[in-house]
Design a protein around this ligand. Structure first.
Ligand code: G3I
Length: 448
Protein backbone atom coordinates (compact mmCIF):
# COMPACT_ATOMS: atom_id res chain seq x y z
CA UNK A 1 0.00 0.00 0.00
CA UNK A 2 1.47 3.35 -0.91
CA UNK A 3 2.11 5.90 1.77
CA UNK A 4 -0.34 8.37 0.27
CA UNK A 5 -3.27 5.94 0.28
CA UNK A 6 -2.45 4.84 3.81
CA UNK A 7 -2.36 8.44 5.03
CA UNK A 8 -5.73 9.24 3.48
CA UNK A 9 -7.26 6.15 5.04
CA UNK A 10 -5.89 6.99 8.45
CA UNK A 11 -7.04 10.61 8.30
CA UNK A 12 -10.54 9.66 7.16
CA UNK A 13 -11.10 7.45 10.17
CA UNK A 14 -9.64 9.82 12.74
CA UNK A 15 -12.90 11.63 13.51
CA UNK A 16 -14.75 8.41 14.23
CA UNK A 17 -11.93 7.24 16.44
CA UNK A 18 -11.94 10.42 18.50
CA UNK A 19 -15.67 10.01 19.07
CA UNK A 20 -15.20 6.41 20.16
CA UNK A 21 -12.53 7.42 22.68
CA UNK A 22 -14.82 9.99 24.23
CA UNK A 23 -17.62 7.47 24.54
CA UNK A 24 -15.32 4.98 26.20
CA UNK A 25 -14.10 7.55 28.72
CA UNK A 26 -17.61 8.72 29.56
CA UNK A 27 -18.89 5.20 29.97
CA UNK A 28 -16.04 3.91 32.07
CA UNK A 29 -15.91 6.98 34.34
CA UNK A 30 -19.01 5.58 36.06
CA UNK A 31 -17.28 2.41 37.18
CA UNK A 32 -13.74 3.82 37.69
CA UNK A 33 -12.43 0.35 38.39
CA UNK A 34 -9.63 0.47 35.83
CA UNK A 35 -6.64 2.77 35.51
CA UNK A 36 -7.97 4.42 32.36
CA UNK A 37 -11.46 5.03 33.69
CA UNK A 38 -10.25 6.28 37.07
CA UNK A 39 -7.81 8.65 35.36
CA UNK A 40 -10.60 9.84 33.06
CA UNK A 41 -12.55 10.75 36.18
CA UNK A 42 -9.64 13.06 37.01
CA UNK A 43 -9.53 14.52 33.50
CA UNK A 44 -6.32 12.61 32.71
CA UNK A 45 -5.26 9.77 30.42
CA UNK A 46 -3.46 6.70 31.76
CA UNK A 47 -1.29 5.08 29.17
CA UNK A 48 1.31 2.41 28.63
CA UNK A 49 4.14 1.67 26.25
CA UNK A 50 3.22 -1.15 23.89
CA UNK A 51 5.32 -3.49 21.76
CA UNK A 52 3.67 -4.64 18.54
CA UNK A 53 5.09 -8.14 18.81
CA UNK A 54 3.17 -8.82 22.05
CA UNK A 55 -0.26 -7.78 20.79
CA UNK A 56 -0.98 -11.35 19.74
CA UNK A 57 -0.61 -12.60 23.32
CA UNK A 58 -4.13 -12.87 24.72
CA UNK A 59 -3.36 -11.83 28.30
CA UNK A 60 -1.21 -8.93 27.14
CA UNK A 61 -3.93 -7.59 24.86
CA UNK A 62 -6.68 -8.19 27.42
CA UNK A 63 -4.81 -6.29 30.13
CA UNK A 64 -3.93 -3.49 27.75
CA UNK A 65 -7.47 -3.15 26.45
CA UNK A 66 -9.08 -3.26 29.89
CA UNK A 67 -6.82 -0.89 31.78
CA UNK A 68 -5.31 1.80 29.57
CA UNK A 69 -6.65 4.79 27.68
CA UNK A 70 -3.49 5.78 25.77
CA UNK A 71 -0.63 3.86 24.18
CA UNK A 72 2.93 4.79 23.23
CA UNK A 73 4.72 2.54 20.75
CA UNK A 74 7.82 1.48 22.71
CA UNK A 75 10.15 1.22 19.70
CA UNK A 76 8.01 1.10 16.56
CA UNK A 77 7.90 4.82 15.73
CA UNK A 78 11.62 5.40 16.23
CA UNK A 79 13.79 6.41 13.30
CA UNK A 80 15.43 3.00 12.83
CA UNK A 81 12.01 1.36 12.62
CA UNK A 82 10.30 3.92 10.38
CA UNK A 83 12.99 5.17 7.97
CA UNK A 84 15.74 2.55 7.92
CA UNK A 85 17.06 3.89 4.65
CA UNK A 86 16.67 7.42 3.41
CA UNK A 87 13.24 8.20 2.02
CA UNK A 88 11.89 4.67 2.54
CA UNK A 89 9.26 4.74 5.26
CA UNK A 90 8.10 1.53 6.93
CA UNK A 91 5.07 1.83 9.15
CA UNK A 92 3.96 -1.79 9.52
CA UNK A 93 4.63 -2.31 13.24
CA UNK A 94 3.63 1.18 14.25
CA UNK A 95 0.41 0.89 12.24
CA UNK A 96 -0.43 -2.34 14.05
CA UNK A 97 -0.25 -0.53 17.38
CA UNK A 98 -2.18 2.51 16.18
CA UNK A 99 -4.87 0.34 14.60
CA UNK A 100 -5.18 -1.73 17.75
CA UNK A 101 -5.40 1.36 19.94
CA UNK A 102 -8.05 2.92 17.73
CA UNK A 103 -10.12 -0.25 17.68
CA UNK A 104 -10.24 -0.02 21.48
CA UNK A 105 -10.92 3.71 21.65
CA UNK A 106 -7.46 4.45 23.06
CA UNK A 107 -5.41 7.53 22.20
CA UNK A 108 -1.83 7.36 20.91
CA UNK A 109 1.34 9.22 21.96
CA UNK A 110 4.01 9.50 19.30
CA UNK A 111 7.54 8.54 20.35
CA UNK A 112 9.86 9.87 18.97
CA UNK A 113 10.90 12.01 15.99
CA UNK A 114 14.43 13.31 16.64
CA UNK A 115 16.67 11.31 18.97
CA UNK A 116 20.36 10.41 18.99
CA UNK A 117 19.59 6.73 19.75
CA UNK A 118 18.03 4.06 17.56
CA UNK A 119 19.17 6.24 14.69
CA UNK A 120 20.17 4.44 11.48
CA UNK A 121 23.81 4.93 10.54
CA UNK A 122 22.96 6.69 7.27
CA UNK A 123 21.71 9.69 9.24
CA UNK A 124 25.00 10.12 11.07
CA UNK A 125 26.98 10.12 7.86
CA UNK A 126 25.17 13.08 6.27
CA UNK A 127 26.68 16.55 6.01
CA UNK A 128 24.95 19.44 7.76
CA UNK A 129 22.77 20.60 4.90
CA UNK A 130 21.62 17.10 4.00
CA UNK A 131 21.05 16.27 7.65
CA UNK A 132 18.77 19.27 8.10
CA UNK A 133 16.73 18.20 5.09
CA UNK A 134 16.65 14.58 6.29
CA UNK A 135 15.47 15.62 9.77
CA UNK A 136 12.64 17.69 8.36
CA UNK A 137 11.71 14.99 5.86
CA UNK A 138 11.58 12.45 8.67
CA UNK A 139 9.31 14.63 10.79
CA UNK A 140 7.06 15.31 7.82
CA UNK A 141 7.00 11.63 6.85
CA UNK A 142 5.89 10.39 10.27
CA UNK A 143 3.62 13.20 11.26
CA UNK A 144 2.04 13.25 7.82
CA UNK A 145 1.30 9.54 7.96
CA UNK A 146 -0.37 9.82 11.36
CA UNK A 147 -1.82 13.30 10.94
CA UNK A 148 -4.78 13.83 13.26
CA UNK A 149 -4.21 10.52 15.06
CA UNK A 150 -1.58 11.33 17.69
CA UNK A 151 -2.51 13.34 20.77
CA UNK A 152 1.09 14.27 21.65
CA UNK A 153 4.42 13.79 19.88
CA UNK A 154 7.83 13.59 21.52
CA UNK A 155 9.37 15.84 18.88
CA UNK A 156 12.86 15.86 20.38
CA UNK A 157 14.04 13.29 22.92
CA UNK A 158 16.96 13.44 25.36
CA UNK A 159 18.90 16.35 23.84
CA UNK A 160 20.58 17.35 27.11
CA UNK A 161 23.52 15.73 28.88
CA UNK A 162 23.35 14.23 32.32
CA UNK A 163 25.51 15.72 35.02
CA UNK A 164 25.89 19.21 36.28
CA UNK A 165 26.72 21.11 33.12
CA UNK A 166 23.27 21.61 31.64
CA UNK A 167 24.95 21.25 28.23
CA UNK A 168 23.43 19.74 25.11
CA UNK A 169 24.23 16.13 24.39
CA UNK A 170 26.52 15.35 21.50
CA UNK A 171 24.57 13.86 18.57
CA UNK A 172 24.65 14.20 14.79
CA UNK A 173 21.96 16.87 15.10
CA UNK A 174 23.68 18.84 17.85
CA UNK A 175 27.16 18.48 16.43
CA UNK A 176 26.30 19.42 12.85
CA UNK A 177 23.29 21.74 13.20
CA UNK A 178 23.95 23.32 16.61
CA UNK A 179 21.41 24.29 19.27
CA UNK A 180 18.95 25.47 16.61
CA UNK A 181 18.03 21.92 15.55
CA UNK A 182 15.52 21.63 18.39
CA UNK A 183 13.71 24.80 17.43
CA UNK A 184 13.71 23.81 13.78
CA UNK A 185 12.27 20.38 14.60
CA UNK A 186 9.41 21.94 16.58
CA UNK A 187 8.61 24.44 13.84
CA UNK A 188 8.55 21.67 11.22
CA UNK A 189 6.39 19.52 13.51
CA UNK A 190 3.81 22.26 14.07
CA UNK A 191 3.33 22.70 10.34
CA UNK A 192 3.15 18.93 9.78
CA UNK A 193 0.27 18.29 12.21
CA UNK A 194 -1.13 21.44 13.82
CA UNK A 195 -3.52 19.38 16.00
CA UNK A 196 -0.82 17.40 17.80
CA UNK A 197 0.66 18.58 21.08
CA UNK A 198 4.40 18.98 20.63
CA UNK A 199 6.54 17.78 23.55
CA UNK A 200 10.17 17.86 24.55
CA UNK A 201 10.92 14.60 26.43
CA UNK A 202 13.84 13.67 28.70
CA UNK A 203 15.00 11.66 31.73
CA UNK A 204 16.69 12.73 34.96
CA UNK A 205 14.76 15.96 34.62
CA UNK A 206 12.11 14.84 37.10
CA UNK A 207 13.36 16.98 39.98
CA UNK A 208 14.93 20.42 40.06
CA UNK A 209 18.55 19.94 38.94
CA UNK A 210 21.06 21.29 36.44
CA UNK A 211 19.61 19.23 33.58
CA UNK A 212 16.00 20.19 34.24
CA UNK A 213 17.10 23.80 34.70
CA UNK A 214 18.64 23.70 31.23
CA UNK A 215 15.42 22.27 29.75
CA UNK A 216 13.44 24.86 31.69
CA UNK A 217 15.55 27.67 30.22
CA UNK A 218 14.99 26.30 26.72
CA UNK A 219 11.22 26.08 27.18
CA UNK A 220 11.12 29.57 28.66
CA UNK A 221 13.10 30.86 25.69
CA UNK A 222 10.80 29.04 23.21
CA UNK A 223 7.70 30.49 24.86
CA UNK A 224 9.15 34.00 24.86
CA UNK A 225 10.05 33.82 21.16
CA UNK A 226 6.93 32.02 19.98
CA UNK A 227 8.67 28.76 19.07
CA UNK A 228 5.85 26.18 19.08
CA UNK A 229 6.03 23.90 22.11
CA UNK A 230 3.02 22.56 24.02
CA UNK A 231 4.31 20.08 26.53
CA UNK A 232 7.27 18.66 28.38
CA UNK A 233 7.56 14.93 29.02
CA UNK A 234 9.16 13.66 32.22
CA UNK A 235 10.21 10.07 31.61
CA UNK A 236 10.31 9.15 35.31
CA UNK A 237 12.43 5.98 35.29
CA UNK A 238 13.04 5.45 39.00
CA UNK A 239 15.02 3.01 41.13
CA UNK A 240 17.11 3.16 44.30
CA UNK A 241 19.87 5.09 42.52
CA UNK A 242 17.38 7.49 41.04
CA UNK A 243 14.44 7.71 43.45
CA UNK A 244 11.28 9.78 43.03
CA UNK A 245 12.60 13.27 43.81
CA UNK A 246 11.09 15.06 46.80
CA UNK A 247 10.54 18.12 44.60
CA UNK A 248 8.86 16.18 41.78
CA UNK A 249 5.54 18.04 42.02
CA UNK A 250 7.28 21.37 42.41
CA UNK A 251 9.33 20.67 39.28
CA UNK A 252 6.25 19.70 37.25
CA UNK A 253 4.53 22.83 38.48
CA UNK A 254 7.33 25.22 37.52
CA UNK A 255 7.24 23.90 33.95
CA UNK A 256 3.45 24.14 33.89
CA UNK A 257 3.80 27.73 35.04
CA UNK A 258 5.75 28.45 31.85
CA UNK A 259 2.52 27.78 29.95
CA UNK A 260 3.09 24.21 28.77
CA UNK A 261 1.35 20.96 29.67
CA UNK A 262 3.41 18.38 31.49
CA UNK A 263 3.11 14.63 31.01
CA UNK A 264 4.66 11.67 32.78
CA UNK A 265 5.79 9.71 29.79
CA UNK A 266 7.76 6.55 30.68
CA UNK A 267 7.00 5.84 34.31
CA UNK A 268 8.50 2.77 35.93
CA UNK A 269 9.75 2.32 39.49
CA UNK A 270 11.90 -0.64 40.43
CA UNK A 271 10.97 -2.53 43.59
CA UNK A 272 8.05 -4.48 44.97
CA UNK A 273 5.33 -4.54 47.58
CA UNK A 274 4.30 -1.58 49.67
CA UNK A 275 7.51 0.42 49.11
CA UNK A 276 7.03 0.35 45.36
CA UNK A 277 3.34 1.10 45.82
CA UNK A 278 4.12 4.14 47.96
CA UNK A 279 6.45 5.51 45.31
CA UNK A 280 3.83 5.10 42.61
CA UNK A 281 1.35 6.92 44.84
CA UNK A 282 3.77 9.85 45.13
CA UNK A 283 4.03 10.13 41.36
CA UNK A 284 0.29 9.93 40.71
CA UNK A 285 -0.49 12.41 43.48
CA UNK A 286 2.09 14.82 42.08
CA UNK A 287 0.49 14.70 38.64
CA UNK A 288 -3.01 15.15 40.04
CA UNK A 289 -1.82 18.15 42.06
CA UNK A 290 -0.65 19.94 38.90
CA UNK A 291 -3.60 21.00 36.81
CA UNK A 292 -1.55 21.01 33.60
CA UNK A 293 -0.31 17.46 34.16
CA UNK A 294 -2.56 15.95 31.52
CA UNK A 295 -1.67 12.28 31.79
CA UNK A 296 0.65 9.49 32.79
CA UNK A 297 2.17 6.63 30.83
CA UNK A 298 3.85 3.60 32.38
CA UNK A 299 6.68 2.09 30.34
CA UNK A 300 5.11 -1.27 29.68
CA UNK A 301 2.20 -3.51 30.61
CA UNK A 302 3.95 -6.33 32.45
CA UNK A 303 7.21 -6.76 34.34
CA UNK A 304 8.21 -9.62 32.10
CA UNK A 305 8.59 -7.39 29.03
CA UNK A 306 10.00 -4.33 30.78
CA UNK A 307 13.36 -2.97 29.58
CA UNK A 308 14.26 -3.31 33.28
CA UNK A 309 12.43 -6.57 33.88
CA UNK A 310 14.77 -7.74 36.64
CA UNK A 311 13.72 -4.68 38.65
CA UNK A 312 10.00 -5.58 38.34
CA UNK A 313 9.14 -1.90 37.84
CA UNK A 314 5.58 -2.09 36.48
CA UNK A 315 2.00 -2.48 37.72
CA UNK A 316 1.34 -6.05 36.53
CA UNK A 317 3.60 -9.00 37.27
CA UNK A 318 4.66 -11.58 34.72
CA UNK A 319 1.33 -13.40 35.10
CA UNK A 320 -0.61 -10.19 34.55
CA UNK A 321 -1.69 -10.16 38.18
CA UNK A 322 -2.22 -6.75 39.74
CA UNK A 323 0.59 -5.78 42.10
CA UNK A 324 0.25 -3.61 45.22
CA UNK A 325 1.54 -0.78 43.02
CA UNK A 326 -1.51 -1.26 40.79
CA UNK A 327 -3.89 -0.95 43.75
CA UNK A 328 -2.02 2.13 44.93
CA UNK A 329 -2.25 3.83 41.54
CA UNK A 330 -5.92 3.00 41.14
CA UNK A 331 -6.66 4.29 44.60
CA UNK A 332 -4.63 7.48 44.08
CA UNK A 333 -6.64 8.05 40.91
CA UNK A 334 -9.82 7.80 42.95
CA UNK A 335 -10.80 4.44 41.50
CA UNK A 336 -11.99 1.36 43.29
CA UNK A 337 -10.51 -2.08 42.74
CA UNK A 338 -13.59 -3.73 44.22
CA UNK A 339 -15.49 -5.26 41.35
CA UNK A 340 -18.61 -5.54 43.47
CA UNK A 341 -21.12 -8.33 43.33
CA UNK A 342 -24.07 -9.77 45.14
CA UNK A 343 -22.24 -10.08 48.47
CA UNK A 344 -21.30 -6.42 48.63
CA UNK A 345 -23.86 -4.49 50.69
CA UNK A 346 -24.90 -1.38 48.90
CA UNK A 347 -22.55 -1.99 45.96
CA UNK A 348 -23.92 -0.42 42.81
CA UNK A 349 -26.49 1.65 44.66
CA UNK A 350 -24.30 4.46 46.01
CA UNK A 351 -25.11 7.75 44.39
CA UNK A 352 -24.97 11.49 44.89
CA UNK A 353 -26.35 14.66 43.39
CA UNK A 354 -24.58 17.96 42.78
CA UNK A 355 -26.42 21.28 42.75
CA UNK A 356 -24.93 24.67 42.00
CA UNK A 357 -25.71 28.10 43.41
CA UNK A 358 -24.02 31.49 43.03
CA UNK A 359 -23.52 32.72 46.57
CA UNK A 360 -21.88 36.09 45.91
CA UNK A 361 -21.54 38.33 42.87
CA UNK A 362 -19.57 41.47 42.01
CA UNK A 363 -18.45 43.23 38.83
CA UNK A 364 -15.39 41.22 38.09
CA UNK A 365 -16.17 37.95 39.81
CA UNK A 366 -18.47 35.69 41.75
CA UNK A 367 -18.47 32.89 44.31
CA UNK A 368 -20.01 29.57 43.34
CA UNK A 369 -21.02 26.73 45.61
CA UNK A 370 -21.73 23.10 44.72
CA UNK A 371 -23.70 21.06 47.24
CA UNK A 372 -23.11 17.32 47.18
CA UNK A 373 -25.87 15.16 48.63
CA UNK A 374 -25.54 11.41 49.14
CA UNK A 375 -28.37 9.20 47.87
CA UNK A 376 -30.00 6.39 49.80
CA UNK A 377 -26.68 4.77 50.84
CA UNK A 378 -23.72 6.20 52.75
CA UNK A 379 -20.79 7.21 50.54
CA UNK A 380 -17.06 7.41 51.21
CA UNK A 381 -16.13 9.69 48.33
CA UNK A 382 -17.59 11.79 45.54
CA UNK A 383 -16.51 13.44 42.32
CA UNK A 384 -18.17 16.40 40.64
CA UNK A 385 -17.21 18.22 37.45
CA UNK A 386 -17.65 21.93 36.87
CA UNK A 387 -17.17 23.27 33.36
CA UNK A 388 -16.42 26.98 33.26
CA UNK A 389 -17.10 29.34 30.37
CA UNK A 390 -13.85 29.73 28.44
CA UNK A 391 -13.01 33.26 29.62
CA UNK A 392 -13.47 32.56 33.32
CA UNK A 393 -10.82 31.35 35.73
CA UNK A 394 -10.93 30.06 39.28
CA UNK A 395 -8.72 31.93 41.74
CA UNK A 396 -9.45 29.84 44.83
CA UNK A 397 -11.42 26.79 45.93
CA UNK A 398 -12.27 25.51 49.40
CA UNK A 399 -13.57 22.28 50.91
CA UNK A 400 -12.57 20.30 47.82
CA UNK A 401 -9.56 19.21 45.78
CA UNK A 402 -9.61 20.37 42.17
CA UNK A 403 -7.91 18.88 39.11
CA UNK A 404 -8.01 20.71 35.81
CA UNK A 405 -8.29 19.66 32.22
CA UNK A 406 -8.76 22.73 30.02
CA UNK A 407 -11.72 24.58 31.48
CA UNK A 408 -13.14 21.47 33.18
CA UNK A 409 -12.56 21.32 36.91
CA UNK A 410 -12.94 17.88 38.50
CA UNK A 411 -13.45 18.26 42.22
CA UNK A 412 -12.99 15.56 44.81
CA UNK A 413 -13.25 15.82 48.62
CA UNK A 414 -10.56 17.34 50.78
CA UNK A 415 -11.76 16.29 54.26
CA UNK A 416 -15.43 15.81 53.43
CA UNK A 417 -15.72 12.62 51.40
CA UNK A 418 -17.72 10.55 53.87
CA UNK A 419 -21.44 11.28 53.93
CA UNK A 420 -24.29 9.44 55.61
CA UNK A 421 -27.28 8.51 53.44
CA UNK A 422 -29.05 11.73 52.45
CA UNK A 423 -26.40 13.98 54.06
CA UNK A 424 -24.79 16.95 52.29
CA UNK A 425 -21.53 18.81 52.07
CA UNK A 426 -20.42 21.57 49.76
CA UNK A 427 -17.37 23.10 48.16
CA UNK A 428 -16.99 26.68 47.03
CA UNK A 429 -14.86 28.64 44.62
CA UNK A 430 -14.11 32.18 43.53
CA UNK A 431 -14.23 32.94 39.82
CA UNK A 432 -12.75 35.83 37.82
CA UNK A 433 -15.34 36.62 35.13
CA UNK A 434 -12.91 38.09 32.59
CA UNK A 435 -15.86 39.53 30.69
CA UNK A 436 -18.24 36.55 30.93
CA UNK A 437 -21.05 36.43 33.47
CA UNK A 438 -22.32 33.02 32.34
CA UNK A 439 -22.89 30.27 34.89
CA UNK A 440 -20.66 27.18 34.97
CA UNK A 441 -22.16 23.80 34.08
CA UNK A 442 -22.13 21.20 36.84
CA UNK A 443 -21.91 17.60 35.61
CA UNK A 444 -23.16 14.38 37.13
CA UNK A 445 -22.01 13.60 40.65
CA UNK A 446 -20.22 10.25 41.00
CA UNK A 447 -20.10 8.49 44.38
CA UNK A 448 -18.15 5.56 45.73
O1 G3I B 1 13.85 -6.71 18.32
C1 G3I B 1 15.23 -7.07 18.50
C2 G3I B 1 15.42 -8.56 18.44
O2 G3I B 1 15.06 -9.02 17.15
C3 G3I B 1 16.86 -8.87 18.76
O3 G3I B 1 17.02 -10.26 18.80
C4 G3I B 1 17.27 -8.31 20.08
C5 G3I B 1 18.75 -8.53 20.39
O4 G3I B 1 19.27 -7.54 21.21
O5 G3I B 1 17.04 -6.91 20.05
C6 G3I B 1 15.70 -6.55 19.83
O6 G3I B 1 15.59 -5.15 19.83
C7 G3I B 1 15.70 -4.52 21.09
C8 G3I B 1 14.45 -3.66 21.29
O7 G3I B 1 14.56 -2.93 22.49
C9 G3I B 1 13.16 -4.49 21.35
O8 G3I B 1 13.18 -5.32 22.46
C10 G3I B 1 16.93 -3.66 21.11
O9 G3I B 1 18.08 -4.46 21.07
C11 G3I B 1 16.94 -2.82 22.34
O10 G3I B 1 18.02 -1.88 22.24
C12 G3I B 1 15.65 -2.05 22.47
O11 G3I B 1 15.68 -1.34 23.68
C13 G3I B 1 14.78 -0.27 23.77
C14 G3I B 1 15.55 0.98 24.18
O12 G3I B 1 14.63 2.05 24.37
C15 G3I B 1 16.57 1.37 23.14
O13 G3I B 1 17.13 2.60 23.41
C16 G3I B 1 13.72 -0.60 24.82
O14 G3I B 1 12.89 -1.65 24.34
C17 G3I B 1 12.86 0.63 25.09
O15 G3I B 1 12.06 0.37 26.22
C18 G3I B 1 13.75 1.82 25.41
O16 G3I B 1 12.92 2.96 25.60
C19 G3I B 1 13.60 4.15 25.95
C20 G3I B 1 12.79 5.29 25.37
O17 G3I B 1 12.62 5.12 23.99
C21 G3I B 1 13.46 6.64 25.66
N1 G3I B 1 13.72 6.79 27.07
C22 G3I B 1 14.42 5.70 27.72
C23 G3I B 1 13.71 4.38 27.46
C24 G3I B 1 14.39 3.27 28.21
O18 G3I B 1 15.67 3.05 27.73
Amino acid sequence: MSMTVRRMTRAATAGLVAAAALTAAAHSAEAADTLGSAAAGQGRYFGTAVAANHLGEADYAATLDREFSSVTPENEMKWDATEPSRGTFTFGSADRIVDHAQSQGMDVRGHTLVWHSQLPSWVGSLGASDLRTAMNDHINGLMGHYKGEIHSWDVVNEAFQDGGSGARRSSPFQDKLGNGFIEEAFRTARAADPAAKLCYNDYNTDGVNAKSNAVYDMVEDFKSRGVPIDCVGFQSHFNSNSPVPSDYRQNLQRFADLGVDVQITELDIEGSGSAQAANYTKVVEACLAVSRCTGMTVWGVTDKYSWRSSGTPLLFDGNYDEKPAYDAVLSALGGSGDPGGPGDPGEGTVSCTATYTRTADWNSGYNGQVTITAGGEPISSWTATVTLPAQQSVSSLWNGTPAWSGNVMTVRPSWNGTLAAGASTSFGFTVAKNGSDAAPAVGTCTAS
